[in-house]
Write a protein that binds this ligand. Sequence first.
Ligand SMILES: Nc1nc2c(c(=O)[nH]1)N[C@H]1C(S)=C(S)[C@@H](COP(=O)(O)O)O[C@H]1N2
Ligand SMILES: [Mo]
Length: 414
Amino acid sequence: MSGGKKRGIGKQLAELHRWNAWLIVALAASGLILSWGAARGWLGEGRVWVKQLHIYIGLVTAVLLALYAPLAKRHLKQLRNRPRQKGNLAFVVALLAGWLLSGIVLWQIRLFPPHWANYALLVHDLSTWIGLPYAAYHSITRLRWLKKPERRAVRPDVDESVRGTEPGGLHPAGVPQPWMTRRQFVRWSVGIAITAAVGPSFIRWAGKASGVAAVPGGMTDGADPNRMLPAPDPLPDSTNVIGGGAQGRFRIYTVTPLPTFDSADWTFTVDGLVERPMRLGWEQFLKLKRAVQVSDFHCVTGWSVYKNTWEGVRLSELLAQAGAKPEAKYVKFYSGDGEYTDALSMEQAAMDDVLVAVLHDGKPIHRDYGGPVRLIVPQMYAYKSVKWLQRIELIREPHTGYWELRGYDNDAWV
Ligand SMILES: Nc1nc2c(c(=O)[nH]1)N[C@H]1C(S)=C(S)[C@@H](COP(=O)(O)O)O[C@H]1N2
Ligand SMILES: [Mo]
């Protein structure tokens, strides 16, 4: 290979490396915002834009990998005597591939079976937990002033003996070298500092991700800020948790600060195009006939909770009781948070498994997860499952829900 050609590929590789570095910074920033629970509230619809941006940048990274592919062979040849750099390269390519493939599943979620998304999310998260600390380590330890300390100007106040290149080697004057070079010392310090910074949160994440055990029934068991008295009396199928207990973990979603409810002033309304409008207090609501049903819960962002045992009032029976007028074509759901709404067609609302749920795995639904009463539409993505449900209105015209207004598909079938 001619020297000119070598310089050519070196320049191209350097360019790709630089682009890759900036893309990863952008992906990390947008990705961290997306995964940061607290940001879900204040970001509101901005979240949809950040997600689009994250996807586009991810696709540019794919282009970068495609540009690198034809250079890979010559690059590996260059590295044949440098096993460490080869290892680094393999690791980075594997990471990028993991991010990319799982990202594609999460992006095109409906092209794949629902449980794929859960694995994809795990791979995506795990790649991030490993990849970002690694990228931070890689960029800090490769800063020029760390890489070539011997090239820096000699300063009279610096002890020359700590600048050796071989640890444990002998100084020309016969003075033993320190057991660690300055460069090794910096590498270890950076490594330890990053591990200490990220380790505890990683362990917490891994604990949650690896087992239902961390949060029995998928929901927090912390005290419920709602004050709903009396507590609902579960049916035997709920008490026995006929689904065997939820598998997976709910993430707490809200578009407002989490609301709190008290049975003293909580009401539940069914109105609009109905013969017999209803307005129930908590005790009256608890007198409605309930049913128990086991179903999977899928969020369109990739996570799922399987085998939930829900107990609640069948929407179809509630609507029958209120008596839909013939001109009623859609059912609109209002959250007690004052912001969130969604809707179903009358046919969809008539599905037997649509539940106005009060209990999950035999326990009252915790405030964080939409209690005291939330909608459950098992056959659709969970953005249809309105939390803190307080009002159902029958309407003539279609209604576009909170997330549908901000880019989610109106057709939410899983
Ligand atoms: N009121 C209200 N209901 C809502 C949401 C919300 O932000 N506010 N998020 C929806 C989405 S996108 C999902 S995935 C589920 C999440 O339910 P969870 O917070 O109990 O996990 O609630 C749905 N219902
Ligand atoms: Mo969701």
